[in-house]
Design a protein around this ligand. Structure first.
Ligand code: PMP
Ligand code: GLN
Length: 385
């Protein structure tokens, strides 16, 4: 095996393997119920699989247009109009990308120069900081406030400086399952008025908001929409996380710059998957019914562990449930997550890893995008702890 003879000045010196990979691997090793990594353990619909196969068998296998096939971009425009009453021009304002992670990374690479400040809310989904670091930007952290992980907008106001170039929002929020309200969005709108700050709004769980509430997309608020790159993922919406496809909607000026980077990065994404989604999205039912589908799973899991010693925290959106374990042990969440996987056969995600300096608040995250039987078996084990 060849070895590199020189010095490597790592751009990400503190980064190891992601917690999702670590915990899923450990779950597999110990044959544990995997409630850690966020992916469904059930398949997507047969209809969607058939559409993909048909596209492959029809020879739709060469490079599609750089921004995505036009009919899929039309469908995305229809969805944005229907849900958020906003018009995006499919030609100039919608780009299909190989996953939300890629969309976020490319947005950061497009707009962040060395020394630019990027506001992140902590706990933060794990891909934001590495994207900012790779671009030479400076992450500026605003903590979400206990116990419900709300935003203190005074702190955001204080965090904004003349060097702030970007705010990365995430609602519904991974890992805390909190959601931003219309009032939150209006606060941000007010704070950013008159600035050149760009918003990257990670809304991959846009269709998974519970208890009858409407998703407050940044695109609903004109003062935000004008500066926002809205990022979503088909993986979450249609239960095909392995297909890795998402999309970015943004004003033409922002999209033009975004595509300059995209065309030299991925250039295009998987053609047959795009044809399958375009056909599948003719019917809005699958994404309109997603919230009630996951709400039933949330309620099943919550009822299942209600009698346990874990403290249930609110789950207002996403397919995650956070729990406090202060009544059980003083261990660090990273140790407890590993021990529960090895000794009790149930895997979770320790929430401390979503902070740039770990905060041991004794919180674990469980994913309930799993079959009812798996959730019941997982809950039974948790009740014995
Ligand atoms: N953002 C958040 C908040 C997520 O939870 C995930 C994980 N699915 C992503 C982005 C990445 O989505 P994708 O798999 O489409 O890259
Ligand atoms: N978003 C998923 C989660 O939060 C995992 C995606 C990944 O493994 N990168 O669990």
């Amino acid at each position: 095996m060849p070895t590199f003879p020189g010095q490597i000045d790592s751009k990400l010196p503190h980064v190891g393997t992601t917690i999702f990979t670590v915990m899923s691997r450990l779950a597999l090793e110990h044959n544990a119920i995997n409630l850690s990594q966020g992916f469904p353990d059930f398949d997507c619909t047969k209809e969607l699989r058939d559409l993909f196969t048909q596209a492959v068998n029809s020879g739709l296998n060469q490079y599609p247009p750089m921004a995505g096939i036009p009919i899929l971009r039309e469908r995305i425009a229809e969805k944005m109009r229907r849900l958020y009453a906003i018009e995006y021009d499919p030609e100039h304002e919608i780009t299909v990308v190989p996953g939300a992670t890629y969309g976020i990374f490319t947005a950061v690479a497009t707009f962040i120069r060395p020394g630019d400040e990027v506001i992140l809310f902590e706990p933060a989904y794990d891909c934001y900081q590495p994207a900012v670091d790779t671009a030479g930007g400076k992450p500026v952290y605003v903590p979400l406030e206990a116990p419900d992980y709300h935003v203190d907008w005074r702190k955001v106001h204080e965090a904004i400086t003349p060097r702030t170039r970007m705010v990365i929002l995430n609602t519904p929020h991974n890992p805390t399952a909190s959601v931003l309200s219309a009032e939150d969005m209006r606060m941000l709108e007010g704070l950013l008025r008159g600035t050149d700050i760009v918003v990257v709004s990670d809304e991959v769980y846009e269709h998974i908001v519970f208890d009858g509430h409407a998703h407050q997309s940044a695109t609903r608020f004109p003062g935000l929409a004008e500066r926002t790159l809205f990022v979503s993922s088909f993986g979450k919406t249609f239960s095909v996380t392995g297909w890795k496809m998402g999309y970015v909607c943004a004003p033409r000026e922002l999209t033009t710059e975004f595509r300059k980077v995209h065309q030299f990065n991925a250039f295009v994404c998987n053609a047959p998957v795009q044809y399958a989604f375009a056909e599948y999205m003719k019917d809005p039912t699958p994404y309109l019914e997603l919230a009630s589908f996951y709400q039933a799973k949330r309620d099943l899991f919550r009822q299942g562990i209600a009698a346990s010693r874990f403290r249930l925290m609110p789950s207002r959106g996403t397919f995650f449930q956070c729990v406090g374990y202060e009544a059980i042990t003083d261990e660090r969440d990273t140790d407890l997550a590993v021990r529960l996987t090895r000794e009790r056969g149930v895997a979770s995600i320790p929430v401390s890893v979503f902070y740039h300096e770990p905060r041991y608040d004794k919180v674990l995250r469980f994913c309930f995008a799993k079959s009812d039987e798996t959730l019941q078996r997982g809950a039974e084990i948790l009740c014995k702890i």
